[in-house]
Each structure stands twice: as C-alpha cells, then as structure tokens.
Ligand binder design. Sequence first.
Ligand code: SF4
Length: 432
Amino acid sequence: MNEYDSELVRSILKKENYEFVTDERAADIVMLNTCAIREHAHRKVYGRVHTIRHTRGKASPVMIGILGCMATNLRQELFEDRTLKIDFIAGPDSYKRLPQLIREASDEGQKSYDVTLSEFETYSDIYPDAQDRANPSTASRVNAWIAVMRGCNNFCTFCVVPYTRGRERSRSPENVVDEVRRLSAEGFKQVTLLGQNVNSYRHDDYDFAYLMDEVSKVEGIERIRFTSPHPKDFPDRFLDLMASNPKICKHIHLPLQAGNNRILDMMNRTYTKEEFLTLVEKVRAKIPNVALTTDIIVGFPTETDEEFEDTLQVVKKAQFDSAFNFKYSERQGTVASKKYPDDVPEAIKTERIMCLNEVQKEITYQKNRAHIGEIQSVLLEPYPEAKNTNQMPGRTDGGKLVILPLGPYKGGDLVKVRITDATPHALKGQPV
Ligand code: SF4
C-alpha cells in the first residue's frame, strides 16, 4: 500500500512541477513513506532520518518530510525529537495537501503537518505515476498495484491501522476498471488489488466478487491478485468466481494470527480456530490447486505454551504454502497496548517464532517439492539487473517464486515451465 501511495505522491507533486531524482544526495527534499505496523519498521525510520541528516550535514541542507502511518500516530513525538529536525508531516489521507505543506515549511520556515483522517478520500481522481513502477530500461512492466479500498473497521486489538488509516471506504467499480484499462494500455500484465481489508470492498450494491469479475474483463490483463483479505469476508459467490475465472490467481493470503480461541478472542479476530479451519477446507474443496499463505503473531500478551501449541497444531492442519511470522510488538494507541501488558518475555517470543518457522519451513518445503514434474504457467518478473545473474525470476499462478535460466524471454512474458527442483524458498524450472 505504501508503494502505491508513493506513486500517488509522485503524481501529485509532478503536477506541481517537482522533479524526482533517484540519488538521495541530489535531493532538496526527502520524504519517507512510513509504516507503523511493527516496531522494526518504526525504528528504521529514525535510523534513516539520522543517516540522512548526518550525510548531508550543514553544508548541504535538506528538507525531510514524514508520510504514512507513523506520521499519523507519532506526529508529536517526531516533531519534538530535535535530533530528527522533521520539516513536514502528512498522514495517508493528506497527500493532496503536500504541495502546500512543503511551501509552508520552506517559505515560512515553519513546521507544517496534516494528519486528518478522511471518511471519503480514496484518491480516485489521481492516476498514480506509473512511470516509476518498473525499471524503464528493462522495458518490462509486470505488476501494478491498485488500491481499491482504504482503511479498516475491524479494530483487531494489536493493530494500529484503524487509527492511522481511518474507516473503510471504497472506490467505484468503474473508476477502478478505468485505472486497470490504462495500466493494460501501458503494458502491465498483472494487477494486484489492494486494501487493508480488500475483500470488505463495497461500493453501493457492488461487492468484491463483482469488482474482481469486472477487472478480469479488461483485455491485456492476464493475472489478478489481491491482498490482504480478512477470513470473515469469503462468501461462496467469491470462491466460485475464483475457481472458475482463469485470470484470478489461485492464491489467497489468509491471515490466521493465532490458533488458540482465547487469544483470537483477545485479538478481536471474530473467528475461532475451528471456523478458520472450516474455511480452509471449503476454500480447498472449491479451488483444489489454491495456494494459501498466512500471517501469525507469536507472544501475544498472556499467551501460554499450551496456547502457542494450539497455533502450531492449526498450522500443521492448515498446511499453508508459506507464512509471515512475527513476534508481538506493542503499538501505541491500540486496544492491546491499553488493556494487555506485553508480558511474554522476549526470549520466549524468540523461542516460539523459531519453532514456528521450523515447522512452517518443512511444510513449505514439502509443498514446494510436490510441484516437481508439473508444468506451471510462470509470469516472468523484470531481470534483476543489479544482481548480474544468469537466472530469471518469475511467479506461478499460486505466487511461488520460480527461477529459470536466462533465455529468449523478458519480464512480463507468460512462459510454460516444467518444475525440476524445489527448496523451501523457491522452485526451479526449465521452459518447455
Ligand atoms: S483487519 Fe487487518 S488492518 Fe484491520 S485491524 Fe485487523 S489486522 Fe489491522
């Protein structure tokens, strides 16, 4: 979402004749588009600002602006920290005001900010600056992000998103389809529909299934992905569409977060482990070749060893293709930070995440090995120039990374590939 938002910011500022440079040392203004979802991302921003200030020194001053979720929930703290010397701050719903905020900060020398959350802003009137989405030198445009809804109404107790990005609102289907048509005309082969809660998409009477169906009718677009959905919003109609529509990739990222019912309840996830596993079964029954991935948090406040064991059991039963596992980190302003002391010791969190990673690694490895011998349709990604390699990366319909030898093909091509080998991290293949 932040990559997409950065494209919106580029578009907004280019209209005002700002020029974008790739070398930070040549910039008069540096903006960091931040994430507040985890402590690590948060710390990185502080480190980055200090590095920029240090590198540029007094001889070559630079204005620094903070955008994104950290801007919303840490405005005070960011301005008060004198070592950072932040000039302006814009929250995720305030990017149209950036030209004015920059003017105020540079002409009048005052610190400027706007972190107002909007009930309506979807940036549907801004076409993101697609020029920078793919490396123009490779002339290959593969995937384009497109935010179809913003915000979240779910208030999971660990999550800061409802406070930093506000309530759910969706763009109209016509507006989304128009953007997809432009992307197709520019040569993009795949679109990924984005939203904090993407399958809660609703505009008047139109739901997410309707939107996906309409997007799939756009000529030239070969693949459609979406992220991130919530397990509560998977009506049969949507799963049937996924199963029958060849353009909709057979991959669902289905965040589990925890496999114990008491913890799920404390997290306000609105499902039990049994309901989650029933959904997994239903998805697999309707879409037999689907790839399922997930997010899991270990060490949520008060989580016991037995409760963590429940999570391991659900992971073993669900057989996810891969998982993003995180140690719980308290986020300022969330319900959990107010109600539940972060009482699981760091060493226990580390032990649990290592154990979970090991279990998942073996499942992923076995799942990857099961593809050996199959012929898969692989969408090639841009050649990774910086790496100077003789290999080419691509993705299967299920989103798995496949490594191919270099050949007479380029990023954006759909190639039939025989899977010849597998590791826990990727598949290897030969074009057929
Ligand atoms: S559904 Fe996702 S974005 Fe919304 S509160 Fe829960 S974790 Fe955060």
